[in-house]
Design a protein around this ligand. Structure first.
Ligand code: FES
Ligand SMILES: [Fe+2]
Length: 360
């Protein structure tokens, strides 16, 4: 397993950006113990419905705020009060800002009685957290995922694909990797280009797919954008206008957690049972296609250096683009400025115009 330092991406181990940290369905009444960026967190829903993500360990004596079943705080259902959470050990209570706001046996609350609170947003059925090594406010947009609330689209159920012991740099390589499309995905690519634009990179391609994602022999168009380092949204034309979403979040240096979902436009509004069944089948086909990449990533040795051909995609540019998120944000604009632009691949035609809109 190779690390961020091995790839020379930047000085921070984990990138700055928005990352998926849970399927909102997982977050019912019990707090969740989650681990990302080599840190443990507690994720819970307050009584108002607000989602809160705090560092997991109580500053009093280090108790994990989520991992307990036997304390009377837990048994009596007193863990979540309003939008605050009580520690199971001595019942100190912490607000959504991470500050201790009640110690049942003491009038004095020390200033140091606080845990770090993360910026989180609940959107499109998922919980998204802002991670920033410099601990500043978000400077990137989280996609709106507009189709999620559009009755003309079938709302998906997330596939939790679990852990992948592969550095995310290699997953992001996929955005420029035109040469794997035919052997891995059975996709005969006719046109291809990649556009780097600040914190986003988009690939546009058209081709014919052998998989269940396309009609046999019919042209398929894909317009896939990374919104920062961990959220990929692909708009697909063809038989089923759709968006598929891949979210990957660092857990340790060189290990990620991956989720997948597909939003599919329905023939009927609101979608009927058949439309939902079609959308589920389409998501399964999309998952199967992604599983082909996943199998490679699960078993390969790290490609810290790529034996690059001129006919390959622009891996070096893509990795420099990805590296901006591992460096101070004051350097990111300068890095992007040198990378921005639209690039083709030798021997492959460029699309005349994007055939599917990217309106997230
Ligand atoms: S360890 Fe949390 S209140 Fe004592
Ligand atoms: Fe792929």
């Amino acid at each position: 397993m190779a690390t961020t330092a091995d790839y020379g991406l930047g000085e921070y181990t984990f990138p700055r950006g928005w990352f998926m940290v849970a399927d909102a369905e997982e977050l019912k009444s019990d707090p969740l113990a989650v681990r990302f960026f080599s840190r443990d967190f507690v994720l819970y829903r307050g009584k108002s419905g607000k989602v809160v993500m705090l560092d997991a360990y109580c500053p009093h004596m280090g108790t994990h705020l989520a991992k307990n079943t036997s304390s009377y705080v837990v048994r009596d259902g007193e863990r979540i009060e309003g939008d605050s959470i009580r520690c199971p050990y001595h019942a100190w209570r912490f607000g959504p800002d991470g500050k201790c706001d009640d110690i049942p046996y003491s009038k004095k609350i020390p200033k140091a009685a606080c845990v770090k609170s993360c910026t989180v947003v609940e959107r499109a059925g998922a919980i998204w957290a802002w991670h920033d090594p410099e601990e500043q406010e978000p400077d990137m947009e989280l996609p709106l995922f507009m189709q999620w609330d559009d009755p003309a689209w079938v709302r998906p159920v997330f596939d939790d694909l679990g852990m992948l012991a592969c550095h995310p740099a290699e997953v992001v390589d996929n955005i420029v990797d035109v040469a794997h499309q035919l052997p891995i995905h059975g996709q005969d690519v006719f046109e291809f280009e990649v556009e780097f634009k600040n914190d986003k990179v988009t690939h546009r391609e058209t081709g014919i797919s052998r998989t269940a994602l396309g009609d046999a022999g019919a042209k398929l168009s894909i317009d896939a954008t990374y919104y920062g380092p961990g959220i990929l949204l692909s708009a697909m034309g063809g038989r089923f206008p759709s968006y598929f979403l891949i979210a990957h979040t660092p857990v340790e240096d060189g290990v990620i957690h991956v989720w997948h979902a597909a939003l599919v436009q329905s023939a009927n509004v609101p979608p009927g049972a058949n439309d939902i069944a079609m959308a589920r089948a389409f998501q399964a086909a999309s998952r199967e296609s992604f599983a082909q990449d996943f199998e490679i990533w699960s078993n390969k040795r790290p490609a810290v250096d790529i034996l690059q051909l001129p006919d390959d995609g622009c891996y070096a540019r893509s990795r420099r683009w990805y590296g901006q998120f591992y460096r101070p944000r004051s350097e990111a604009a300068g890095i992007a400025e040198h990378i921005n632009g639209t690039f083709g691949v030798r021997g492959v035609a460029r699309p005349s115009a994007s055939e599917v809109g990217q309106d997230q």
